[in-house]
Design a protein around this ligand. Structure first.
Ligand SMILES: [Ca+2]
Ligand SMILES: [Ca+2]
Ligand SMILES: [Ca+2]
Length: 385
């Protein structure tokens, strides 16, 4: 599988290199940025996995990063978001939202409390303000608030309902720089075999009260993770490639442009399949069936400067259980010079099913491992701080 993948990657690089004549004007492609001219696949370089010869993942090297367990005993954590007060809200697949706090700053949570339960398959959480959150649960976006300061939500309102569900559902949710909510909306089917209904396989946005629901971008089969770059305003989203035909459809990292069509159901990878005309290519191709899911853009100050603007992505792993696919966190780096493709390499291994990634107010990287029911923290070793 790996050799076949490397061949595929090499062919993609060769094909793109032949046609790459126009610089990737990425600053023009930011969501809400200046209108960009129509792009054809030939105009963009697509990064492929892995971009470098394999070295020890930096997150596995204790000389470079201190790895510790921030919290254990969760129940299938799916998404994480920090509040301004440093509290970490974690959705768990059992239907719960747990709040974790590290009150003494030792990098280990010492308080855990249930903020809400009775939710259905929550896969996303965004913090509006301390004590007020938005959760993406199956078919609904729900706003929850703790009005009396006891640490548990006592107000609950479904602000968007009737979202399409099936094979996938609405995924993670974030607050954009414009104050609106943005979330990924997965497809009901693998490749459109049961038709495509409005809103499915897209990036959606609404006001924080649920009004003014809009489609931001289309053609994303299951955009599980999305994140804004706090510095540039760019919006990134992962996507899980279709299963049929089972010949190695890659997962993706995408830069989301308003109005963009990202190819699903018919077009995938770097212009494979059919009906690719006018669709947006991904920034990066990731291994087929790796399940590229949660992601975070690094703008903290703790990590070495080379990680500024890096996108950390959790690869959950193969749903057929193949232990050699995914099950790691990778780091995608923007090109150092315009016109070059993004690069991607392993960052850390040793997970069962990493799913969510967040950057803390301390600049550390937090990874929720759904397989181990724990949250792992990566920080520079104390000696180098
Ligand atoms: Ca602590
Ligand atoms: Ca309360
Ligand atoms: Ca795509």
């Amino acid at each position: 599988m790996r050799e076949r993948w490397l061949w595929f990657g090499a062919l993609v690089v060769a094909a793109v290199a032949v046609f790459a004549g126009v610089r990737w004007a990425w600053t023009e492609n930011r969501l809400g940025g200046a209108a960009s001219p129509p792009q054809t696949p030939a105009q963009v370089g697509v990064g492929v996995w892995p971009s470098e010869a394999s070295a020890e993942p930096p997150g596995d090297d204790p000389q470079r990063f201190a790895r510790s367990t921030f919290a254990q005993g969760l129940a299938q954590p799916t998404a994480m978001a920090f509040g301004r007060d440093g509290a970490l809200y974690v959705t768990e697949l059992v239907g719960r939202v747990t709040v974790l706090r590290d009150t003494d700053g030792d990098g280990r949570a010492d308080q855990a409390s249930v903020f809400a339960d009775g939710l259905t398959d929550p896969l996303g959480v965004a913090v509006l303000r301390p004590g007020e959150i938005v959760v993406s649960q199956r078919g609904r976006i729900t706003r929850l608030r703790d009005t009396n300061g006891d640490g548990a939500a006592d107000e609950r309102q479904d602000i968007v309902t009737g979202l399409p569900v099936g094979r996938h559902q609405n995924d993670n949710v974030v607050v954009g720089p414009d104050g609106r909510l943005y979330w990924g909306q997965g497809s009901r089917s693998d490749h459109g075999e049961s038709g495509v209904v409005p809103y499915e396989a897209s990036i959606l946005s609404a006001n924080v009260d649920g009004s003014d629901l809009k489609v931001v971008a289309t053609g994303l089969r299951n955009p599980y993770g999305l994140a804004f770059d706090a510095k540039t305003g760019a919006l990134y989203a992962t996507d899980n490639g279709r299963d049929v035909p089972d010949k190695g459809v890659p997962d993706e990292l995408n830069l989301i442009e308003a109005g963009g069509d990202y190819g699903w159901p018919d077009c995938w990878g770097a212009g494979e399949g059919t009906h690719c005309e006018g669709t947006k290519l991904p920034l990066l191709l990731l291994p087929p069936h790796s399940s590229a899911d949660g992601l975070a853009v690094y703008r903290g100050e703790a990590f070495p400067g080379e990680y500024q603007g890096a996108v950390f992505i959790a690869l959950w792993g193969a749903n057929d259980g193949d232990p050699n696919v995914g099950r790691q966190v990778v780091v995608a780096l923007p090109p150092k010079e315009a016109g070059r493709p993004w690069t991607v390499a392993p960052f850390a291994t040793g997970f069962i099913h990493p799913l969510a990634v967040a950057v803390g107010p301390d600049g550390a990287l937090y990874v929720a491992d759904m397989g181990r029911n724990e949250i792992v923290r990566f920080a520079p070793p104390a000696a180098s701080r």
